[in-house]
Ligand binder design. Sequence first.
Ligand code: ADP
Ligand code: MG
Length: 246
Amino acid sequence: MSTEPIIRIEKASKWFGAFQVLTDIDLQVKAGERIVICGPSGSGKSTLIRCINHLETVGRGRIVVDGIELTGHQRRNIDAVRREVGMVFQQFNLFPHLTVLQNCTLAPMHTRGVSRAEAEETAMKYLRRVRIPDQAAKYPSQLSGGQQQRVAIARALCMNPKVMLFDEPTSALDPEMVKEVLDTMISLAEDGMTMLCVTHEMGFARSVADRVIFMADGRILEQAPPQPFFSNPTHPQLRAFLGQIL
Ligand code: ADP
Ligand code: MG
């Protein structure tokens, strides 16, 4: 058994021009771990998780995903990591001109060479998994926000990822739809999926996370299991933050 973490981030720093958005981020995630990242707007949470699947590049330090080094620009490594990492965005990012089923089969067919029949079978499996198989023939605009986000989750799962990254997946949803998406995420967690979730849903963090991470100004200021994280926050900025959102 390898004890190598599935994600290893060492002293990662990043700049947008002269602005340092990430400073010396150290983070290791083991297979099966569930991590919640929270922190004020602009603290670098999205940038950090976008670096993990190389939508952004770090300026200094290392990111290794399942043994694949992501520092530098080796196309082969970037493609290999994207095959291992599924990502779900705040704004769903579904293809509007494709049906739900086509959204789910596009990448497996075109980047993996999976046959249409096999891709559709897998897509239907995951659409059942997120409990919307009956919406397969519809277009995204015909679905509610919660349903669209569940399609986005199913679409990511169709690539059979080892890690799922979520960037505020419920922030764009009407309140009554938050629960259906969180329930889907909870059930993924119960199945043992390795998950990194940027979210301010602290109920989710308490019940699902193995570790909660607080970021501010591009740094990790605190990380702890939910119980001490919420009951005994040590950093004053975390105390202030929790005071605002809880
Ligand atoms: P968060 O997700 O925590 O709200 P982000 O990672 O989106 O934070 O952004 C962190 C900071 O980096 C913000 O100040 C934001 O304005 C800045 N930023 C994000 N993306 C870019 C970019 N592409 N170019 C320049 N600045 C950016
Ligand atoms: Mg963000």
